[in-house]
Design a protein around this ligand. Sequence first.
Ligand code: NAP
Length: 482
Amino acid sequence: MADWQAWKKEAAYIGGAWIGADSGKTIDVTNPATGEVIGTVPACGSEETARAVEAAAAALPDFAALSLMDRVGLLWKLHDALMDNQAALAELLTVEMGKPLAEAKGEIAIGAQYVRWFAEEARRAKGEIVPAGVTGRRILVTKHPIGVVGMITPWNFPSSMLARKIAPALAVGCPVVAKPATATPYSGLAWAALAEEVGYGPGVVNVLTGSARKIAGAMMDDARVRKITFTGSTEVGKELIRQSADTVKKVSMELGGNAPFIVFDDADLNAAVEGAMVSKYRNSGQTCVCANRIYVQGGIHDAFVEKLVEKTRAMKVGDGREDGVVQGPLIDADAVAKVEDLLGDAKDKGAHVECGGAPHDLGGTFYEPTVLTGCTQDMAFAQDEIFGPLAPVFKFDTEEEAIAMANDTVFGLASYAYTQDLGRAFRLNEGLQYGMIGINSGLITTVEAPFGGVKESGLGKEGGSQGLEDYLETKYVCIDGI
Ligand code: NAP
């Protein structure tokens, strides 16, 4: 048995036990590169979720009371367990999701970094003593774990999206009930196996697979779940925000993006092309921070397009486990259909295909990396997230025009700009309505910084000190008469 198969858990983990669905039903899991069924997971629903919440609620008092250094020590072990098993966990991820092995290894490593970061930040979850306005009074502000946290995550980063939620929750003493995406459940279930291996007690980490609506519904209905943290589409996020109202849960929402990537005439051309390549094509274009619209100023436009096309043509497409592959398959047939629809719409409205523009000869859900020029704001991808290897280039003249076009969307997650003008960099920071701005960088995710969006891209932050704060409740104590 290959190492990755040892991590392929075909059961849900609830209250410290590996279980099947009450109904006995299972769901097939497929390798998108081959179409082969690689295993099954339980089709859990409301009942199993209720038991997971019960187990988490029962674990809460003891886990929250664990000493800080015991909690930190468990996170160190979790970090080491991830890195000791990096290769196997990465292969599991590639087999169920399709991304190139090097990217999968990077994902496991960044997940481990989040664990280490939050182990460090847990030691700084400080309160304050605030000067009181009245003599004899003392005002204390203290921080406390919010309680049981429900987590729902997508398929595009099946391991690290959970890392950014599980690590801060465990760091401050919150038990977890997690539901990974149905397309990629094994990387989520691996978190339960890791937690079991390093010694988290029963009920502290629960992971279950199955019906999204039933599992989410049971989390939402239960008042003991004090927080819901979700990464996924804006559509589902909005539904969860509505549902959270009945029990007034705290919510963190990491939702869709529509990132502008702006290249000014004064940019370093090679750096801008490198940045566009990594921002656009990482994970075959299936990241929430992928460049969705590439705006290039008139003076540098043609040189930029020439180099972008040359590099795009040179990309090796294939099974993520093959040497040299930098672009895997799309997750499923719907993802291919969406790319085709957006491409057709753009061509009808006058866009020109510079390279690619069709399903790949490899068949299945492989798609040719594609560059389009002559793109305009009336094309559907100016508003919609592409989530595929389609790079639309728009030409612009002035900074004001670029900022206006960049902001012309309901989304506000990541944005990028290439320029050597520091004054412009500050103006962009002030003018771009985005939670994250990369100046001369196409890859900005890092554990030390607060990752998150504004507008319809979400609420709350992951990473940074803000990422811990989201799992804490603030209390104020007024001490008088002593
Ligand atoms: P999705 O369809 O919203 O699914 C995400 C998760 O929600 C999955 O676990 C899914 O379960 C579950 N879900 C689906 N319908 C649900 C419902 N009615 N109630 C509760 N849960 C439900 O999104 P996706 O297609 O997997 O992921 C792509 C989206 O995620 C993109 O929009 C992308 O931009 C966004 N994303 C955002 C970030 C960020 O940090 N802002 C990061 C990564 C991805 P099933 O798998 O069982 O359907």
